[in-house]
Design a protein around this ligand. Structure first.
Ligand code: SF4
Length: 185
């Protein structure tokens, strides 16, 4: 009998999704959940999804790709477009993605939910985890609060994603982070 908990893992891209499910596999049955309306443009959204599909297929994981409607994201962050990456726009973006993950987890009988986001070097676990914990209370589904970048998590993830042939992106995801990166060149 499999006593592992059912975990819905919000996955932002193939790089971040390559190692975490393997690391969690001893304790959880992991399904990947791709909900990222922040990603711009649509071609980049599709490219990152194709990479997550590659990872899911290699690891034999179920992948749920939710609806892509960037208008909802733009509506949520209106008034915050001047914010830099890591500023006030990001918690809004995190919460939107985690809220849908929590909602889906609740509707489909998962024991818990989590996100790959904390593996990013610029993603603060002390910002992301309280959002997940708040949503856990709201939806009545446990949130797995972790800082996946610790103990060289990011480096491990890169190694695994390279082995799967995943392309590493050079900006966080939204149009503003893309412009910020282009302006730094
Ligand atoms: S920089 Fe990244 S986390 Fe912040 S709002 Fe843009 S996509 Fe979301």
């Amino acid at each position: 009998m499999d006593n592992r908990k059912k975990l819905l893992l919000h996955t932002c891209c193939g790089t971040c999704g390559a190692w975490i499910p393997q690391m969690l596999a001893a304790d959880f049955v992991v399904d990947l959940f791709y909900f990222n309306p922040n990603i711009h443009p649509r071609e980049e959204y599709a490219r990152r999804l194709a990479d997550v599909e590659k990872v899911a297929s290699a690891l034999q994981l179920r992948l749920i790709a939710d609806e892509y409607d960037p208008r909802v994201w733009f509506q949520a962050v209106r008034g915050l477009i001047q914010e830099p990456e890591g500023g006030k726009r990001c918690p809004v973006c995190f919460e939107m993605r985690l809220r849908r993950t929590a909602e889906y987890a609740k509707e489909h009988g998962y024991d818990c939910f989590a996100t790959t986001l904390t593996i990013g070097r610029n993603k603060r676990a002390d910002v992301i985890n309280p959002i997940g914990e708040k949503l856990a209370r709201e939806y009545g589904v446990e949130f797995l609060a972790r800082d996946f970048k610790k103990q060289a998590g990011f480096e491990k993830s890169c190694r695994h994603s390279d082995a799967f042939g995943v392309v590493r992106q050079n900006y966080c995801g939204c149009v503003y982070s893309r412009l910020e990166r282009l302006n730094k060149k």
